[in-house]
Design a protein around this ligand. Sequence first.
Ligand SMILES: O=C(O)C(=O)C[C@@H](O)[C@H](O)[C@H](O)COP(=O)(O)O
Length: 369
Amino acid sequence: MSARQTVRVELGARSYDVMVGEGALESAALHLAGLCPNGRAFLIADRIALAHHRDRLMATLEAAQVRPEIIEIEGGEGAKNWTRLQQVTEALLEHNIERNEPVIAFGGGTIGDLAGFAAAIVKRGTRFIQIPTTLLAQVDSSVGGKTGINTAQGKNLAGAFHQPALVIADTGFLLSLPRRELAAGYAEIVKAGLIGDHALYERLEEAGSQALSLPYLTGFIAASVQFKADIVAEDEREAGRRALLNLGHTFGHAFEAEAVPGTLVHGEAVAAGMVLALRYSERIGTAPEGSAARVARHLREAGLPTGPRALPGGPYSAERLVERMDGDKKNSGGAITLILSRGLGEAYIRPGADRDDLTAFLREELHDR
Ligand SMILES: O=C(O)C(=O)C[C@@H](O)[C@H](O)[C@H](O)COP(=O)(O)O
């Protein structure tokens, strides 16, 4: 397990590197210099992450001879709204950003989603760099170019595909993360194993609670990023296979949309969503009995909630959750599309879910167990 690894996302002329490991930030200075031809960059930074890591970040930008214009914002789902998008976009325009000058997202997934969306629309697209500081952002949201904000109707319902030119996933940033944030990010690593990498899933189980320690994490982050990079290279705009990366998200996004604001974090919703997807797969006979219980055990070991009744932000109603799922981006022909499982390491796309059965299932999961 090496300390630093680089994963390449192959997208022809828009290919880019994801640099993973401790010290990735410092080692990216030359690369950053090349992406800032005017010696200027626009740093959209999470206030707390910046307070923790300002010295390191500024030293690297200085080494790259890049002068940052800093736009500080509060991270969290509350950042992903129209008002913040307008503020950030107008701030970039007030600085008269040019298209080859990068917007740099520094923070968790919500900052990356917001900053990436602003970069996608300002002057119809400027260069974009991700420096994710949370596990969830390093392992998942900073890679693949999905950007966006939430709307009153639900999660991520306005956005654009806008690939970064570089992702710097420095695992040193993870040392300052609260345990809850770390666990939330871990859910997305488990997701990669469950979708299509059985060997990775088994390694995670073997590592047990050690999986969240830094020496293990670097390898697991790189493995999940590689898994995602291969899917994105094959299906950048989610015309098919990329939808598998949504395992746990159809349920998870519905919980997030219904939760009391500020109480539920994305990775927790995804963890519970994955267990539900497995349980539903067992119910309709595609996944072997016991799959959901096995995954729930592992997720619990990492400190994640796995049942909808234990999920913060409730109580939840089956009918309201299904209404939220009606608005999911994967749906077609007016029917809900789910990402389900044939067993650990084999997810599949199931269009046309039976709405009544889904409601009955959720009612049972929420009340009767
Ligand atoms: O990159 C993808 O594709 C994913 O679906 C990864 C998800 O883990 C991520 O949360 C993504 O932002 C969700 O996308 P959405 O299309 O369901 O909004």
